[in-house]
Design a binder for this molecule. Structure first.
Ligand SMILES: [Zn+2]
Length: 69
C-alpha cells in the first residue's frame, strides 16, 4: 500500500519550479500565490484582494480625455 506521508511534487504550471502538492501548499498545484494569480489571469481570489488599478488616462495630461457618452 502506498505510504500516505509521501508528498507529491509537481512542476508549477506557471514557472515550472517544483511545487509541493500537499495540503500545506495552499497554492497547489502552483508554487506560490503569485504564480496562481498569473495563471488565473486575475487576483480575484477572496484571499488575495488587491485594489483596482486606476484608469490609464487618470494621470495622462498629455492629451485631453476622450468625451464620455
Ligand atoms: Zn511557480
Amino acid at each position: 500500500m502506498p505510504a500516505p506521508n509521501v508528498e507529491r511534487v509537481v512542476p508549477c504550471p506557471t514557472c515550472r519550479q517544483p511545487a509541493v502538492y500537499a495540503e500545506r501548499n495552499r497554492w497547489r498545484p502552483f508554487c506560490s500565490a503569485r504564480c496562481r494569480g498569473i495563471d488565473l489571469g486575475a487576483w480575484a481570489n477572496e484571499d488575495y484582494r488587491v485594489p483596482a488599478a486606476p484608469p490609464a488616462e487618470a494621470g495622462d495630461d498629455d492629451r485631453p480625455a476622450p468625451p464620455r457618452d
